[in-house]
Design a protein around this ligand. Sequence first.
Ligand code: C2E
Ligand code: MG
Ligand code: MG
Ligand code: MG
Length: 284
Amino acid sequence: FSKRNGRNQFAFYFDDLKLETNKGILIDHELRQAIKNNDFTLNYQPKVDLKKNAVIGFEALVRWNNDKLGFVSPGIFIPYAEETGLIIPLSELIIEQACLDWIKLDRLGNGHLSIAINISSIHFHQENFIDSIQQILERNNCSPRNFELELTERTVMNNERETIRKLVLLKQLGFKLSIDDFGTGYSSLSYLVQFPLNYLKIDQSFIQLIGSLNEKQAVVDAIIQMAHRLHMEVIAEGVEQKEQVELLRNMGCDMIQGYYYSKPMPIREAIDYLEFWKLEIEGK
Ligand code: C2E
Ligand code: MG
Ligand code: MG
Ligand code: MG
């Protein structure tokens, strides 16, 4: 709305609002149906370990293609689901699907790979979050050891005592824990020190400019050093160019995720990608 100026700004405002509201109602309605029918799929993006020169796991990213709305990006529908509480049943579907897909990986001899699941703040702060995730894994004969949970800064900076208690418990159960989109929230570094986190994922907004902006490079470099001092490994997100890979490697970054290696893809293609990797990359 803020871009609208001039005499007609109120008319535009109300039209937009009505449109937005109608669209909101439609998304809400369609989301409910989609959850009933389990219309969601997961795409997987490889995480590449630079030192091992190997794919060490995948991040699961939810996809929703709706008859009326077309492809709706998770950046759009996850916030709606969070507002309406639909995020809880949606998250449960996602975790369940990630279990089924991990079993596929395992059957084909790739059980050493882990699947990272994005956890909504709303879900994480539910009282029974740990029970609910544990139940889904148990029901599917999956172990927390094969899963990583991605939590954003905003999620963990909320209700710190409760958060630490939950993170410690999750870690004890065997989950790996990541802080996602690092650098975009309002992290209190002192809390970060107390959290038992395995990985720090540097947000793509820092990565996209490291080639051209020295300041960004300095920030990324500092984040990597700090994370290592805190015994965390660093994952760079949104890496698209070879030049970025080389800069990050020189700065001691541990892992890379981004279009440079691969876009997120359906599980069958992700499994094929592992074969491609073995032949093309390790083979050389
Ligand atoms: P995220 O967890 O930070 O995921 C990374 C996003 O960056 C993904 O967008 C991914 O497709 C995109 N990406 C990966 N590599 C590149 C690259 O090289 N360049 C660019 N420009 N983008 C890249 P996506 O799938 O649209 O997801 C957006 C956000 O929606 C995610 O950010 C996450 O916060 C949320 N999300 C996605 N899937 C789930 C889910 O299953 N559950 C929950 N709770 N949130 C999810
Ligand atoms: Mg993520
Ligand atoms: Mg991220
Ligand atoms: Mg993000």
